[in-house]
Design a protein around this ligand. Structure first.
Ligand code: PRP
Ligand code: URA
Length: 209
């Protein structure tokens, strides 16, 4: 069964409202996406393993903990996922970044792959797939399928807005993948857009419409 985590933090919910607003321009949309990625990264890494350590403070030795060292990988789904990479990397600077390029065929809504470049040791890493929108789930399922075939066994998906249809589809296909989102919206419309959603995330992020 897919675990789904909805980030109800007040800062997240406030920023999501601004992100949805049709009057929010490209510059602010990009800034908000970056800030939301940082806040989502904080929650999506809550269960990372720690190991005991010690450090010399100016006073004495402190018994502390550090990350246990399992390597992380961040995989944005192009294009819109790119808007979340910097925010994620600001909290996890040692992560490697892979890229998967997919676009939805406007008629069939099926994902079409056009690019893939992953770190060579991707299968050894805990992977965080990032994409602001989980609509039909087709893009996330295609990306995660690709990562599984590359040997990845620990994958989580961080999005900002999810549709129930996408959550169900991902659950059906990959029940082991935890979803982190800031909102679960009502439904998809006839064109596969999330309602109420925020429109086309890629276009709003890059000013292409
Ligand atoms: C958007 C979004 C997701 C996908 C979600 O990308 O960024 O990747 O749609 O829809 P799905 O769950 O139905 O697959 P889009 O295909 O518009 O490409 P873009 O990011 O290049 O604009
Ligand atoms: N992709 C988007 O960018 N927005 C949606 O609402 C659905 C898919």
């Amino acid at each position: 069964m897919t675990k789904i985590y909805v980030n109800e933090h007040p800062l997240v919910q406030h920023k999501i409202t601004l992100l949805r607003d049709k009057n929010t321009g490209t510059k602010e949309f990009r800034e908000l996406t970056n800030e939301l990625a940082i806040l989502m990264a904080y929650e999506a890494t809550r269960d990372l393993k720690l190991t005991d350590a010690s450090v010399q403070t100016p006073i004495t030795t402190a018994k502390t903990r550090v990350l246990a060292g399992k390597k992380l990988g961040i995989v944005p789904i192009l294009r819109a996922g790119l808007g979340m990479v910097d925010g994620m990397m600001s909290l996890i600077p040692s992560a490697k970044v892979g890229h998967i390029g997919l676009y939805r065929d406007p008629k069939t809504l099926a994902p079409v792959e056009y690019y893939c470049k992953l770190p060579p040791d991707v299968g050894e890493r805990d992977i965080i797939v990032v994409d602001p929108m989980l609509a039909t789930g087709g893009s996330a399922i295609a990306a995660i399928g690709y990562l599984k075939r590359a040997g990845c066994t620990s994958i989580r998906l961080v999005c900002l807005i999810a549709a129930p249809e996408g959550v169900d589809a991902l659950n059906e296909k990959f029940p082991d993948v935890t979803i982190y989102t800031a909102a679960i919206d009502e439904r998809l419309n006839d064109h596969g857009y999330i309602v109420p959603g925020l429109g086309d995330a890629g276009d709003r992020l890059f000013g292409t419409k």
